[in-house]
Design a protein around this ligand. Sequence first.
Ligand code: EPZ
Length: 428
Amino acid sequence: MDRILIRGGNVLRGDIHISGAKNAALPLMIAALLTDETLTLTNMPRLADVSLLRKILRNHGADTTLAGKRAGANPFAGDTVRIHAGEIADTTAPYELVSRMRASFWVLGPLLARCHQARVSLPGGCAIGTRPVDFYLKALKDLGADIGVEAGYVVARAKGGLHGARIVFPKVSVGATHVALMAATLARGETLIENAAREPEVTDVAHCLVKMGAKISGIGSSTLRIQGVERLRGATHPVLADRIETGTYAMAAAMTGGDVRLTGARCDTLDAVLPVMEEAGVSITREEGGLRVRGNGVIHPVSVETQPYPGFPTDLQAQLMALMTRADGVSTIRETIFENRFMHVQELARLGADIRLNGDTALVHGVDHLTGAPVMATDLRASVSLVIAALAAEGETELNRVYHLDRGFEALEKKLAAVGADIERVSG
Ligand code: EPZ
């Protein structure tokens, strides 16, 4: 199994190109199941989750192709993936595949809408929380589906197709919004989704669906109105820049007192994040086509609570905590989205961090210095928080279970090494 070795202390300077967002790329790929024409996605990130989802889509009968990069092209420029689901060969998404990536559960929406039936394995629990699927099932029932759970599979049928409905989510859910939105595009009549997720990734998918012929209004708001259409067509769509990758490298730069330009980043998707960094004493310059982050070596404590968009994202909570381990005071970080998303705390403590947990709140007492150590993490964002801490730690940190990072950060060690980090991947 690969490991990453980081020798801390180097100041990051230079440009990092931001990739397409994993959490937009995955539902965009799934949306390809809604049409028998080709969906072309550009600015696709090179990630293990994208490869796995291509495999899952092939299992349903979709052809997928990945266009290679041209010689001399920016090594971090996005890929182009074409997905053609001319016919759906199989409406079952098996446990072996869905259990490896939760988002693949979302095929339930398009399969049901297009084929009027689907059998999709329940995704099961995961490291960051129990993550139930009740909102998804209720929304699809509202749209007229008969839903049962048999032997670990959601079995959904909609004889004669789905029909429009009013769906009110009791709590904001990104995945349930994706699924309800995709299903509603092919339902008969009008659907209203209230308390919809407003995450930029949801908006990106909605814009792509409109290009495919869907009729959606209220995009970007918490109320989506969809007029069902009989069929959707092919389209070409660039994947939105990854706001979580952007925030992650911004915090890495700040952690080392560096000066880094994040090219291709979308500042408008980081309205709750950049002010927090500024409050921490980091200088942020919003530029055309990106942003520049300058740390001055002193980090001030902040008080933050994770919230659905436009609030502070749970997917940057671990990274912010890593940054605050070196603050000149006590920070308060409250996690309100997932009940078990503090798995990085114990590992950060191995590097010398002083973090005290009280239920859903972490009190982070800044320390003078961190020290390298062997660490491992249980999920993607937790892993990268350890990388941020390691960049400022004295000595060497060995990060194990690197496959978590490969799921969601394209060429992380190459991007960081290019701006001066002492970081290498060791295979085997
Ligand atoms: C998406 O997960 C993201 N995944 C997560 O990214 C992200 O952390 C999360 O949204 C929140 O922003 C992808 O986009 C692939 P939710 P999702 O449904 O859709 C509860 C990463 O590291 N809930 O918005 O699964 C749920 O338990 C990750 O890239 C129900 O109770 O999250 C949670 O408390 C991991 N019942 C809350 O809603 C349901 O039926 C929000 O979860 C559905 C959700």
